[in-house]
Design a protein around this ligand. Sequence first.
Ligand code: SF4
Ligand code: SF4
Length: 140
Amino acid sequence: MDRQEVSDEPCEQCGLCCKIFGDSITPTAENLFGWIERGRHDILRYFSAHKSDGTWVNCSDVRPGDLDDLVVVEMRDPVTHDYLSACPFLQRLGKRRYICGIHDIKPDMCGTYQPWIWGETYFNKCRALKKLNGKSRLPA
Ligand code: SF4
Ligand code: SF4
């Protein structure tokens, strides 16, 4: 998922992992807090949260004091509230090159994603993995 911050990893920025898995990413409470602090409603609006009382709230309406009350956070269309079919933050730069539009503040699960780690997040269609001749790495 746009692993450009990890200099020793060979991400090709093909965007395939984001295209396939990006519609189901989930931010942590810390991710939500950071976006709230930065006023990033353009990001927050793409997530809805299930609260402990059974109600749903769009994350752009969540305040820091509400975070402990959120049970599940899901990516949803901010207008229709339907599930999305693709991550809205993926940006195409060229024919085969994509970047994350929120790279510096993307969700932890994207920032730590490593498709070359066998047994954890191994993704056999990853171009970087193919470049490594299919050799996976073991978890650290
Ligand atoms: S937030 Fe960024 S890294 Fe994560 S799936 Fe979307 S485009 Fe990819
Ligand atoms: S599939 Fe692999 S090469 Fe392509 S963006 Fe994801 S990590 Fe990078």
